[in-house]
Design a protein around this ligand. Sequence first.
Ligand code: 0RQ
Length: 501
Amino acid sequence: MERITCPVLATRRATAEEAAAHIRPGNAVGMSGFTGAGYPKAVPGALAARIDAAHARGEDFQVSLWTGASTAPELDGALAGVDGLAKRLPYNSDPTLRRLINDGKVDYVDTHLSHSAQQAWFGFYGDLDVAVVEVAAVLPNGLLVPSSSVGNNKTWLERANKVILEVNHWQPREFEGFHDVYYGAALPPHRIPIQLTHAMQRIGDPYLRVDPAKVVAIVETDAPDRNAPFDPPDASSQRMAGLLVDFLRHEVKQGRLPASLLPLQSGVGNVANAVMEGLLTSEFEEMTAFTEVIQDGLLDLLDAGKLSAVSATSFGLSPDGVRRFLANPGSYKGRILLRSQEISNHPELVRRLGVIAINGMIEADIYGNVNSTHIMGSSIMNGIGGSGDFARNAYLNFFVSDSLAKDGAISSIVPMVSHVDHTEHDVQVLVTEQGLADLRGLSPSDRATRIIDRCAHPDYRDRLRDYVARARAARPHAQHTPHLLDEALGWHANYVRDGRM
Ligand code: 0RQ
């Protein structure tokens, strides 16, 4: 079926190679893509080939790459594989690129996902030369039907000097009507409140706009999103999910949550999926979600009628989830709404709606500070993503992790985190397979006792208790958050030196 029905734009059809020729060394390029959905499938590979050929001729060729969030091997992997990236923001999970960042070869600007669009508008990142954005169709009037993620596309299309579109025939044409793109955002001091008071409220347009004069090429593709499979939840994820669902039940009983809960946000990964599975067999009905990513677990809840609707910025389905969605995309219309990430993750909205935020962590310390991003203080894993947007502004937040990593050589509960993403002031509930620690309203000392008792693995509990006892004894007038400064990061130093904490 014809997907480019705008007579003016139809004349800009080009090959991926012709399109990539518009991208020059040193350019800042804003590409679509969020958790492996809606990223351009052809131009990045053609750009990588162009960069590789330039390098073979001894020429410098690197670009700065801005996206929505993580993409796929055909984008981040391909450009990283040819040393094509000088700078990357705001989130990455590609292993090749991660290695280059940690080797000091690519500058990585790890940003709250809701901040990236506005910071581009503020001019904090400099000019954007080219936008490369995947869409599902170009309408006769030139409006664009977005594809499986919206991410930062609105901002890249508006800010870029040149625009390359990819029209992907694999994306369902039925996507028309699945999106809500807010065009009311102004810059301070002219901002007004965002008039959204329930998760599914429409406040924008179903289409992305583009100035036709800026469109230099349109490439047609027919290629699937990344759609990584999920591992079935292991015993530990199931246990964490069970603890979390029981806790929500308890909160409803206490009158602190309504019977249908409040809008859910869940991070990506297997624990998040297991929690959704736990909710599937729970008594909760008519739930909603105000989140970033629609993983299989949310689709299950929609299919079962337990979840009325979900607002997000992107899909993040497994191959099985995609098959289910594509079998009848139209049946999800009105129950799934995809928004720009500056709206899906907006602090004002997260706070107003009272979101319940559930995110993974790498480690937490005895006082409740959480590290979501760094291994042993220095190497990046993925990035903060939306975890900060949601956690700080949530009605209730959870951080989940196994209590051990690397076959027990690492405790995820440590005296002091080696990097802080979420401070003790932001973190409410920690969950490991050992138990759940509700930290709300507790002093640092009480938090330490609770976290060690409930969340730390038994192999490390006595050492943590001993650390706290000695820290308390060390300085009588430093009792609010006692630490032994020479030892606080000693567990990490042990691991780096000996391979064990
Ligand atoms: O490393 O793959 O080399 O074995 O960290 O750990 O246990 O698989 O956990 O997949 O749930 O990811 C925080 C990274 C958890 C994720 C994080 C090692 C472990 C393994 C992964 P290997 P697991 P998960 C919405 C919200 C930030 C962004 C976010 C994340 C690897 O949840 O990126 O929340 N969060 N976004 O071995 C050293 C420890 C460790 C450790 C685990 N204590 N020390 N290594 N690992 N704990 C989504 C978006 O924003 C897009």
